[in-house]
Design a protein around this ligand. Structure first.
Ligand SMILES: [Zn+2]
Length: 247
């Protein structure tokens, strides 16, 4: 057996493992009935993730824990107001429609050709005008990019007093974010950072990184009874970054 044969066999094993994970996710129902704050579904959720998490995905609107956490925050705080101009990076189908219906101006941005967006731009250098948005949403983007540049862009595009919602995987047990310049291949990134196109795994110091861009920071964290009721990840945090009114 030569090297190519071994590589082909390894590929087939990996593909079969992926198929089994897919079947598992579809077959596994959650442990407790939940309520989806986005679509109102009440019942068992399904598994999602790598490795799969129980109770992760709404069986009706397909929302994940992070979408439901964001929806709860928005509903409880009135985060979006009718006169707002909003920019949504990497817009998710689970959260975008509600936001679009709520505000005066709703725009989307992404670099990928696969998404139909208002602005096909790089978050590290968008070319969009200064101080032009009341709200910016940036969920699960920062872990893919040069976050200092991205945060500077978000700050620049927000009106003074404007606010950004920032979400990303964080390991709260780590004081320091894990970055490793030797990890460059997709397969290495998957095992080191949790996904093939992630470039770091944040620790608690993500707060310092956000503040370093000039923001004031507050947080909305998934706690009980919301975790049980809405199928959230315990302790998952949504970061709310405000451009100070005088900055
Ligand atoms: Zn739902």
């Amino acid at each position: 057996m030569d090297v190519q044969d071994r590589a082909r066999i390894a590929e087939r094993i990996e593909a079969e493992a992926q198929r089994q994970v897919q079947r598992f996710r579809k077959a596994v129902r959650g442990l407790h009935p939940r309520t989806c704050p986005i679509c109102g579904y009440q019942g068992h959720f399904t598994a999602f993730g790598h490795p799969p998490r129980f109770d992760a995905r709404c069986a009706s609107c397909q929302s994940l824990e992070r979408h439901r956490l964001l929806a709860l925050f928005v509903q409880r705080t009135g985060f979006f107001e009718p006169h707002h101009a909003v920019l949504h990076f990497a817009p998710e189908v689970q959260t975008a429609p509600t936001i679009r219906r709520t505000v005066a101006r709703y725009e989307t941005a992404d670099l990928s050709e696969r998404r139909n967006v208002t602005h096909r731009v790089d978050i590290e250098a968008t070319g969009l005008p200064d101080a032009s948005y009341d709200r910016i949403i940036c969920s699960h983007v920062l872990e893919h990019v040069d976050d200092a540049r991205a945060l500077a862009e978000i700050f620049r595009m927000l009106k003074p007093g404007g606010r950004a919602l920032l979400a990303t995987p964080v390991c709260e047990g780590w004081a320091t974010t894990y970055e490793n310049p030797d990890v460059t291949s997709a397969s290495d990134r998957l095992v080191h950072f949790g996904q093939q196109d992630h470039v770091r795994y944040y620790g608690r110091d993500i707060r310092d990184r956000i503040r370093a861009a000039g923001f004031e920071l507050s947080e909305f964290t998934a706690v009980e009874p919301d975790v049980l009721r809405y199928g959230l990840m315990r302790g998952e945090t949504l970061f709310v970054a405000t451009r100070p009114p005088t900055a």
